[in-house]
Design a protein around this ligand. Structure first.
Ligand code: NAD
Ligand code: UFG
Length: 341
């Protein structure tokens, strides 16, 4: 029996495939490579000594999905595939809602037809919108989202909950990720955002350190934090990957129908604290300028992790300094991501 990993050549998917192979699971990947590269497979093999079965294809293609389910004995699914930029989704709402929601529908239909009952879904802290208080608890109000991307995550959570409640045997877990950073300690796999000007903080910092961008813009220094800069819960991708194995284990061993868990560290780090960590691991100064706040930014965001600790038996192990070390190691070894230049 195999674990089907959709989006398995992507950033989080590739790290999760490594962890699955390391514990002896058989893995089948489906990915259309719209935001990842085929070279990832060789890197996974270099780390694990194993090569997962791979289908290049789109989850919007019902025939492809049917073929994957009929050619493999699938036991459970980790569903990463989807479009993930909040900013881009504001420009192209239809594309985001269609891809993320219809892909999930197609998977659910195939699961029903082939009697596959367990799925772990990639949700996001973005479903909390702009919380009135932090940390974010799983029982907090969700759905006041700031983008079509956030709306797609919220609607898929509702869809899974409803689907499970209407049918015997189906079990789903939605994992709400906080800010993903770090890379595999080998430096062989990591985040390749492919953009010349990244939106997110860590890829921006590493491009400044590599001399590919002149300086970092720090978006605001009058938030209610130790140094006034925005605060986030930065979680290492290897910790996050292990959270998926804990979620699968929970699905396999309980009669849960649907549940949600935050995956974060439970600690907040400011922009300037993260900048200092990157300066330490790289031995270089990071030039920066304080600018106005970025419209739409949440001032503070970090997770309550008690539920995941208690019920999944999972806890993040890496610190934000470890994240800086591994992100930098990946970027130094792969200054242009998976491409040669
Ligand atoms: P990613 O873009 O690196 O990986 C997603 C993968 O899915 C890519 O390899 C892409 O080619 C593939 N894909 C996209 N649409 C597809 C389709 N229709 N059919 C088949 N394959 C398709 O992203 P990631 O950072 O690894 O994120 C994985 C999941 O986690 C996404 O659903 C994302 O929304 C969610 N998430 C990510 C973050 C983050 O900070 N990275 C935070 C919260 C939630
Ligand atoms: N920041 C800067 N300069 C930059 C980029 C970011 O100062 O060049 C600051 C932001 O203002 C924020 C912090 O760094 O305080 C983190 O910003 P990111 O863009 O890295 O991450 P966000 O928390 O804004 O958003 C990310 C994803 C969203 C997702 C959210 C919660 O991009 O899609 O995490 O999971 F919804």
């Amino acid at each position: 029996m195999s674990v089907l990993v959709t989006g398995g050549t992507g950033f989080i998917g590739s790290h999760t495939v490594v962890e699955l192979l390391n514990v002896g699971e058989d893995v089948v990947i489906v990915d259309n490579l719209c935001n990842s590269r085929i070279e990832v497979l060789e890197r996974i093999t270099a780390i694990t000594g194993k090569t997962p079965k791979f289908y290049k294809g789109d989850l919007l293609d019902v025939e492809l999905v049917e073929r994957v389910f009929s050619e493999n004995k699938i036991d459970s699914i980790i569903h990463f595939a989807g479009l993930k930029s909040g900013a881009e989704s504001i420009l192209e709402p239809g594309k985001y809602l269609n891809t993320n929601i219809i892909s999930t529908f197609n998977l659910l239909n195939a699961m029903e037809k082939h009697n596959v009952y367990k799925l772990v879904f990639s949700s996001s802290a973005t479903v909390y919108g702009t919380p009135e208080e932090v940390p974010d608890y799983e029982i907090d109000l969700v759905g006041k989202v700031c983008s079509p991307y956030g709306l797609s995550k919220y609607l898929i959570e509702l869809l899974l909950k409803d689907f499970a409640s209407q049918r015997k045997d189906f079990k789903f877990i939605a994992l709400r990720y906080f800010n993903l950073v770090g890379a595999h300690p080998s430096g062989l796999i990591g985040e390749d955002d492919g953009q010349s000007i990244p939106n997110n903080l860590v890829p921006y910092i590493t491009k400044v350190l590599l001399g590919q961008l002149p300086y970092l813009k720090v978006y605001g220094n009058s938030y209610d934090t130790v140094d006034g800069t925005g605060l986030r819960d930065y979680i290492h991708v290897v910790d996050l990957a292990k959270g998926h194995l804990a979620a699968l284990n929970y699905l396999n061993n309980t009669d849960v129908k649907f549940d949600v868990f935050n995956l974060g560290t439970g600690k907040g780090t400011t922009v300037l604290q993260l900048v200092a960590a990157f300066e330490k691991v790289s031995g270089k100064k990071i030039p920066y300028q304080i600018t106005d706040i970025r419209p739409g930014d949440v001032p503070l965001s970090f997770a309550s992790v008690e539920k995941a600790n208690k019920i999944l038996g999972w806890k993040a192990e890496y610190t934000y300094e470890d994240c800086a070390r591994d992100s930098w190691n990946w970027q130094v070894k792969n200054p242009y991501g998976y491409s040669k230049e």
